[in-house]
Design a protein around this ligand. Sequence first.
Ligand code: FES
Ligand SMILES: [Fe+2]
Length: 351
Amino acid sequence: MNNNDNFFLRNTWYYALPSDQIKPGMMISRIFLGEPVLLVRSQDGKVSAMRDICPHRGVPLSCGRFDGQEVECCYHGWRFNPVGSCTAIPSLVEEQQIDLSRFNVQSYEIREAQGNIWIYMPDPDNPQPPASEMEIPVIPGFDERSPQFVEIVKFPCFVDHAVVGLMDPAHSPYVHRAWWWRNEQLHEEVKQFDASPYGFTMRRHRLPENGGRLYWLIGGGVPETEISFRLPGVRIEETTIGKHRVVNLTAVTPISDTETEVTFALYWTLPWVGFFKPLMHILARTFLDQDRTVVEKQQIGLKYNPVLRLIKDSDMQAQWYYQLKREYARSVAEKREFVNPVKGQVLRWRA
Ligand code: FES
Ligand SMILES: [Fe+2]
C-alpha cells in the first residue's frame, strides 16, 4: 500500500458536531477537510453552514456578529443570511445598485438528527448534490433522541489512520491493556462479515462472558452485538441485552491533512446507566487516549513514507476501507453507481 490513497473523500456527509454545542442565535467556526466553515443556528432552530471567509476582503465571518438571522462581517458590515446570500453592503449609496448575489458565500448542506449535526462536503472540482442512497447514518431504535453521552478527541493524523486504527481488531491487547480491560491470553476470534450500504457489517453475535463483562453485568438477557462501518468513517456498534439497547456511534471527520476529529457518542435505553456517566467519561477518555497516543507514535514512522503491509485477516477491514474509499471516489468521478467491493466472508484473528 502506498500513499496514493491520501485524499479526502468528498461529495459525502461528515459528522460536524453534537447538536447541543450550538444553541439558537449562536455561531461556531470550524475547519472541515481543510475548509473554514461557519455554522449558525437561527432563532427558529435551524442549523446552516457557509464558508467562513468574507468575499469582500477575506476576514473570517466568524469574527463578526450573528443576530440569529444574519451574519455581519466585522470589517465593513456586509451581511449574509444563513445560506450565505449577501443581503446588504452598507457602504453603497442609493444610486449604486449592484447585484448582491455576486457576493454570495458558498453554503453547505446540513442535516440534523438524533442529536447530531452532519455536513455535506462537496468536491469543488466535481460538486454533486447528496445522493438519496447515501443519507446520514441512523441510530437504530432511538427515534429523535439525542446521545446521553459524547466524547470528542482530536487525533494528530491523516483521516485514514484514525479510521483504520478504530476498526483494527488486533491492537486491543497491546494498546488497551489495563487492569479493568480484558487482560487474559490472546484468543481466537471468528466473525462473519457481510457487505452493507457503503461499508460492511460484523454479523450479530453473542458477546462472550469474558469479553463483554460490562454488558453481562447489566443483566436481563444475553448481550448480542452487531458492528457496522460505512463511508466516510462511521462505525455503529449496537448491543442488545434482552429488551435493552446500547448503541455507540463513532464518527471520524478530517480537519486537515494532519488532524482528525473522532466523535464517540453513546445512546442507551437503561435509565440507571446515567448514574455512571462520570465513570463512563473517564473510561471513554482513557480508551480514546490510548488510541490517540499510539497514532502519535505512528506519525514518527510515517514521516519516512514507509510502505505499509496489511495482512489477512486482521487487516481485512482496513483493506476493505481503502477499497470502499477508492470505489466511492471513482464512482463519483465517473458519475456511475457505487458498487460495494466487499465480499461477505468469515474473518479469523487472534486478539
Ligand atoms: S471584509 Fe467583510 S465586509 Fe469587508
Ligand atoms: Fe483502539
